[in-house]
Design a protein around this ligand. Structure first.
Ligand code: S3P
Length: 426
């Protein structure tokens, strides 16, 4: 794969739009597959991760038609797949589908690429077992491949030890097929797209603080889903435009669900000039415009409830922190170590190659800001968010930055390099 080469210095300008939200695209396909009738998902993200979800659903007998940026899913009871379901690099696919499959009276096996096979699956296997499914995997069910024998579930009250939308969603999706109430209590609010979408598909979902509850079994009805632009993809442009002097951009039609927009709060704390406009609700999700202008930033302490609201944006925030004046501390973010890669180690190592001082901590990192970045050669380590964050670093470095192994960007943001080129007028 050709490396991605980013040269510094050019300001970002103009009006941009980003591809569809990955989390909402997965959910539109999965929830559509188990609802009665035909669901249309417009603005569906045609990226590797979401294609993995479609491939797995088809293998379980779900007919799906694909058009340019829309899919049509004909919901039906899933069938026992003849083959092993391969989720590729997608954590959302394996964990949410495990929840759905736990509700079906057949045998299925889920696996994925090397990164997926390293990531913790006990966080979903444990509650699904408590609901009555048989779930086994490597290392006592901790690692994929996972084998699931589902059906005949009972609802549970589950207090999850991690603030994870994937865990919450797996349990709630299984709860749709279970007898009686299922509730999930989380230690901090994680993204709530599943709860919102289940409501649109006719489920009665109650929310009380950090607890979400539904009563199974639930018969879902097909719905129309409109997918907004992915805030996590917009994040690279928001941070880049904050950092590169002279930049001024507007990102339109982007999802602004408050469980996802911690980055805006953190950047504001760091002195950035970010504004939200044209805020409206579409299909149960807040959508609007983010306008950003470059301005000098200062360091911040990032922890607590902000972390799950910005979990996927912490890598690009680390780049902002390198260039901000003073120190930035990221804490309560041990989850960063179990993403597509160990993002704490990846950021410390790769930003270090560009002259940054990033000290890894068990639950985050300490970044000494105000040191200029230099050009150099870095690697994504196969992680899309590390690749795109390093590309943003390249816009702000003293020389060009070559990012090796950028192919994984296709998992979430097809056309990223081209979008960056256009925004910088290059
Ligand atoms: C996602 C939830 C988050 C996030 C991931 C997508 C989702 O993971 O990091 O990229 O679509 O539910 P956790 O739920 O494990 O925190």
């Amino acid at each position: 794969m050709t490396p991605l080469v980013v040269s510094p210095g050019r300001a970002l300008q103009g009006v941009l739009r980003v591809p569809g939200d990955k989390s909402i695209s997965h959910r539109g396909a999965i929830i559509g597959a188990i609802a009665h009738g035909t669901t249309r998902v417009s603005g569906f993200l045609q990226a590797d991760d979401c294609r993995s979800t479609l491939r797995c659903l088809r293998a379980a007998g779900v007919p799906i038609d694909e058009r340019v940026d829309e899919i049509e899913v004909r919901g039906r009871p899933l069938q026992e797949p003849e083959e092993v379901l391969d989720v590729g690099n997608s954590g959302t696919t394996i964990r949410l589908l495990a929840g759905v499959l736990a509700g079906h009276p057949f045998h299925s096996v889920l696996t994925g690429d090397a990164s997926i096979r390293r990531r913790p699956m006990d966080r979903i296997a444990d509650p699904l077992r408590r609901m009555g499914a048989r779930v086994s995997g490597r290392q006592g069910g901790r690692l994929a491949p996972l084998a699931i024998d589902g059906g005949r579930l009972s609802g549970i009250d589950y207090a999850t030890p991690v603030a994870s939308a994937q865990v919450k969603s797996a349990v709630l999706l299984a709860g749709l097929f279970a007898a009686g109430p299922t509730s999930v209590r989380e230690p901090a609010q994680s993204r709530d797209h599943t709860e919102r979408m289940l409501g649109v598909f006719g489920a009665a979902v109650e929310r009380d603080g950090l607890t979400t509850r539904l009563r199974g079994p639930v018969a879902l009805r097909a719905a129309q889903v409109r997918v907004p632009g992915d805030f996590s993809s917009a994040a690279y442009f928001i941070v880049a435009a904050s950092l590169v002097p002279g930049s001024r951009v507007e990102i339109r039609d982007v999802g602004l669900n408050p469980t996802r927009t911690g980055l805006l709060d953190i950047l504001t704390m760091m002195g950035a000039r970010v504004e939200v406009a044209d805020l409206r609700e579409e299909g149960g999700e807040p959508v609007g415009t983010v306008a950003v202008r470059a301005t000098p930033l200062h360091g911040a302490v990032i922890g607590g409830d902000l972390v799950p609201r910005a979990i996927d944006e912490l890598p690009v925030l680390a780049v902002a922190a390198c260039l901000a004046e003073g120190e930035t501390v990221i804490r309560d973010a041990a989850e960063l170590r179990v993403k597509e890669s160990d993002r704490v180690e990846a950021l410390a190592r790769e930003l270090g190659r560009l002259g940054a001082r990033v000290e890894p901590r068990p639950d985050g990192m300490v970044i000494a800001g105000g040191r200029p970045l230099r050009g150099g050669r870095v690697t994504s380590g196969g992680d899309h968010r590390i690749a795109m964050s390093l590309a943003v670093a390249g816009l702000c470095a003293g020389g060009s930055v070559t990012v090796d192994d950028p192919g994984n960007i296709e998992t979430s943001f097809p056309g990223f390099a081209e979008a960056l080129r256009r925004a910088t007028g290059g």
